[in-house]
Write a protein that binds this ligand. Structure first.
Ligand SMILES: Cc1cc2nc3c(=O)[nH]c(=O)nc-3n(C[C@H](O)[C@H](O)[C@H](O)COP(=O)(O)O)c2cc1C
Length: 223
């Protein structure tokens, strides 16, 4: 049974008190990777994160295994320590990344901004899986990742419905073991699968993004 905090009734029906409700299709098509429009100065109420996680736990998992944990990081010293690893990984990643068009250049600008200000993001939510998928075969890997990433996206959607902007990131995983040590995660038995940044957004005019056309990627009755 879901237990929502007192603030949730209003937030379920609008991302802010003065905002129109988000219908399901709008929520699904306008939940962006928010980096440039994060409010770094506005704290995020812990209850809001708990509400979003509570909703996320309704996501499906293989055999209803629920192999999920979520480490919520708000402590400034921990965020700074994790940000050091993120930025180190980002520096390795961004150097070879060539922005060969306007969209690529926008992405690099946005991702660089987030990396630069990573420690200032009010909340990190790190989805952690029981087990180490990299030691498994394809079926097991798919089952394991599929048993936490769907919940993670639900968390991001629920956050958007409450006026929070998130970005799913993976770059810190180059230093997963170091971050596990910082947070006391038993690295041998539990795998971090990403890090979701979260904070209130500046404005709310998020729009659907350009994507590859459906016909280029849908295969009907065979490849
Ligand atoms: C598996 C995955 C890994 C990602 N890793 C990062 C990351 O490490 N850093 C980052 O800034 N964004 C990361 N992103 C965000 C993507 O860059 C973003 O979703 C994509 O550019 C599309 O933008 P949109 O979500 O706003 O439509 C990641 C997204 C996914 C799904």
């Amino acid at each position: 049974m879901l237990h929502f905090g007192t603030s949730s009734r209003a937030s379920l029906y609008g991302s802010a008190m003065n905002q129109a409700p988000l219908d399901p299709d709008t929520l699904l098509t306008t939940t962006r990777a928010v980096r440039l429009r994060l409010d770094f100065d506005r704290p995020v109420e812990p209850d809001l994160i708990d509400e979003c996680l509570q909703i996320a736990l309704q996501a499906p998992t293989a055999s209803n295994s629920q192999p999920w944990h979520f480490v919520v990081v708000t402590d400034p010293a921990l965020r700074e320590a994790i940000a050091v690893h993120y930025r180190r990984s980002f520096a390795d990643y961004i150097r070879p990344a060539a922005a060969d068009d306007a969209a690529g250049a926008r992405l690099v600008k946005s991702a660089t901004y987030l990396a630069d200000r990573f420690a200032e993001v009010p909340v990190y939510v790190i989805p952690v899986l029981r087990g180490r998928p990299e030691q498994q075969g394809l079926t097991s890997q798919a089952s394991q990742y599929g048993s936490i990433l769907q919940a993670t996206w639900s968390f991001q959607l629920a956050a958007r419905a409450r006026g929070l902007g998130t970005c799913f990131t993976t770059l810190h995983l180059a230093y997963e073991e170091e971050v596990a040590a910082l947070l006391g995660i038993p690295h041998g038995r539990y795998a971090q699968v990403g890090l979701v940044t979260a904070g209130h957004t500046l404005g709310d005019s998020f729009r659907p993004a350009a994507r590859r056309p459906l016909d280029a990627i849908v295969h009907r009755n065979g490849w």
